[in-house]
Design a protein around this ligand. Structure first.
Ligand code: AGP
Length: 634
């Protein structure tokens, strides 16, 4: 969950490294630093607490001059965020520097052994053992010293190392943390992901586990840990740098919400050709899929919600039993999967540690594995037997939005593909439903257009929540002790049934992770089994009540909530005449669509609502506290 960047070329490196780190800041931003090979062959470093702008400000007064440098933006795992614990880390003579993304699991034993040999440590991090080991093994050849060091390490890493004795050279290595390199005629770049390379080149090479890269001003070579030469393909990336920039929106999150219609249109156009569904990159054959008796989906967070929604769609269209679990639960419970199970692994980043571990557990048990990923050639994408890319473009905001609807669209298409294979869906029904799916991007656009037109009303409603919440707090604190019952908790309840229950979970997660407000997604049918005790005039209840076979049941749930003073915000199908009788605080309409595709619509207002509440509360929407975009540590 950190970002590393390196440059070796013919230009001043400082500005390039800072710019590269800014593209990676969403991966972690509690401290950052840069190490520069200077022309006096000394390595100089600068490290600061907090975001990269703090490092930039420090460097403004004390710039570092040189053409080879490595940099790091951190999400702390070992050692609190301080300049001492920030990367890069130097060896004792300041002649070697390292940056690292990952966790060295045996760092404590290595540190003890090095300290016994008299090595003095300056930080509490696991990473610092790497640079002291490289120093221990260095005999004038940096890549040999790094290869020898890797043999001592256990854990995960993407590292870059420079030496004051070898001008221009950067040595990098990868084990389970992402690393990608790019080069132009006279310049070499390395980064944790491609968004940091795109302004320099869109021809990149993804480094694999066990690879050791040596780069120097435009040239690079790759070996394995034993020193045997390896070649890796150079891939052309069709993401341009503007996609990775804000495009005029105040936040990446809002930009990515508004990108959804275009992305889903592109996915559907690419995957539905002549009425048939294509997954060109899929290496699993139809004959292999035919042997599958059940599906098990694993994922984390929003990806889990996409998987849970897909469970309903796959069971409906492909008639196959689907189980689902969060990756962190799946990997430790000795899951009962085997060669007749298809394990679908959903992950935007393709680097989530628990999901990668769950994938490996499934493979070890002989299951067939299919990754649904957004990042090309990410670890999960490469280790699964088959992969279907969501092609949602770089998702920069920590709160996932476009990746979610892209995952859902791809999983829906996969359900159609299996349905046709297992003959559980008639060609007539498939044709009719695919036509509706193809209209989904236009329906999402209609919701977004409605939001833009009514933005002032949305903001007023959100502001009213803020007023109501703080009025309740004042009432509570001005009451005498004996009159106080319980503080208003500002709780948001999200209720849904059937295929919209996972959307209730997703809406609650969005509000929690960017507005830091207590929110809980719940199956509406469960309210009477306890949670309705929470209802008084305090909580706000967002009810997903589009046209569906459970519509009447949802209306009854809403009536029970209103009877106890609960404040409701229903998400309904446009033209719904019944809902106003229930006196909602405000109502949000979505276009009519078959129930099976309603989650792709009902999730949009929940993304926008969470965004506006976080905006009202002045939170750091794209980089919420305590979070990082890709949870690459367990
Ligand atoms: C979602 O908004 C969160 N950022 C988080 O729950 C995320 O979905 C989860 O960490 C999974 O990430 P992945 O899709 O990259 O595996």
């Amino acid at each position: 969950m950190c970002g590393i960047f390196g440059y070796s070329g013919n230009k001043q490196a400082q500005g390039l490294v800072i710019q590269g780190l800014k593209h990676l800041e969403y991966r972690g931003y509690d401290s950052s630093g840069i190490a520069m090979q200077t022309h006096s062959h000394k390595i100089l470093i600068e490290k600061t607490h907090g975001k990269i702008k703090n490092l930039e400000a420090t460097l403004k007064n004390n710039p570092l001059s040189g053409t080879t440098a490595i940099g790091h933006t951190r999400w702390a795992t070992h050692g609190i965020p301080t300049p001492e614990n920030a990367h890069p880390h130097l060896n004792e003579s300041d002649e070697l520097a390292v940056v690292h993304n990952g966790i060295i699991e045996n760092y404590f034993e290595l540190k003890q052994a090095l300290q016994k040999q008299g090595v003095r440590f300056r930080s509490e991090t696991d990473t610092e053992v790497i640079v002291h080991l490289v120093a221990k093994y260095y005999k004038g050849n940096l890549e040999e010293a790094v290869r020898r060091t890797l043999k001592d390490l256990k854990g995960t890493y993407a590292i870059a190392v420079i030496s004051s004795s070898e001008p221009g050279k950067i040595v990098a290595a990868k084990m389970d943390s992402p690393l990608v390199i790019g080069s132009t005629k006279k310049e070499s770049y390395l980064a944790s992901d491609i968004s940091a390379l795109l302004e320099h080149t869109n021809h990149v090479t993804f480094i694999e586990n066990g690879d050791v890269v040596t780069m120097n001003q435009g040239s690079f070579s790759i070996t394995d840990i034993a020193g045997k030469k390896i070649s890796r393909p150079v891939m052309k990336i069709d993401w341009d740098i503007t996609q990775a920039k804000k495009g005029g929106y105040q936040h990446f999150m809002l930009k990515e919400i508004f990108e959804q219609p275009g992305i889903l249109t592109a996915i559907l156009k690419e995957r539905i050709r002549g009425g048939a569904i294509y997954f060109d990159e899929l290496k699993i054959t139809a004959a292999q899929f035919k042997k599958i008796k059940r599906i098990f989906i694993i994922a984390c967070g929003t990806a889990y919600h996409a998987g849970l929604t897909a469970k309903y769609i796959l069971e409906d269209l492909a008639g196959i039993p689907v189980s689902i679990d969060t990756s962190s639960e799946f990997r430790y419970r000795d899951p009962k999967v085997d060669k007749s199970t298809l394990v679908i692994v959903v992950s935007q980043s393709g680097e989530t540690a628990d999901t990668l571990a769950g994938l490996r557990e499934a493979k070890a048990k002989g299951a067939m594995t299919l990754a649904i990923c957004n990042v090309l050639a990410s670890s999960i994408a490469r280790e699964a037997k088959g992969v279907i890319y969501t092609h949602a473009g770089p998702e920069i905001a920590v709160a996932s939005t476009k990746a979610f609807t892209a995952q859902l669209t791809v999983l829906s298409l996969f359900a159609f593909y299996l349905g046709a294979l297992f003959k559980t869906i008639s060609p007539k029904k498939e044709k009719a439903l695919l036509k509706e799916l193809l209209l989904t991007p236009h329906r999402i656009q209609k919701i977004l257009d409605g939001y833009k037109k009514e933005e002032a009303t949305w903001k007023k409603n959100v502001h009213n929540f803020n007023i109501h919440y703080h009025t309740q707090l004042e009432k509570y604190f001005s009451a005498k002790n004996h009159e106080r019952k319980r503080s208003p908790n500002g709780l948001f309840l999200y209720l849904g049934r059937n295929i919209n229950y996972p959307i209730a979970l997703e809406g609650a997660l969005k509000l929690k992770e960017i507005a830091y407000i207590p929110a809980e997604g719940y199956p509406a049918g469960e309210m009477k089994h306890g949670p309705i005790a929470l209802i008084d005039e305090n909580p706000w209840v967002i009810c997903l009540v589009p046209e569906s076979k459970t519509y009447d049941k949802m209306i009854s749930n809403i009536q029970e909530i209103r009877a106890r003073g609960g404040r409701i915000i229903p998400i309904v199908t446009e033209g719904d005449k019944k809902i106003e009788r229930l006196n909602p605080v405000f109502t949000i309409e979505v276009p009519k669509t078959p129930e099976i595709f309603s989650p792709l619509l009902t999730v949009i207002p929940l993304q926008l609502f969470a965004y506006l509440v976080a905006l009202e509360f002045g939170e750091d929407i794209d980089q919420p506290r305590n979070l990082a975009k890709s949870v690459t540590v367990e």
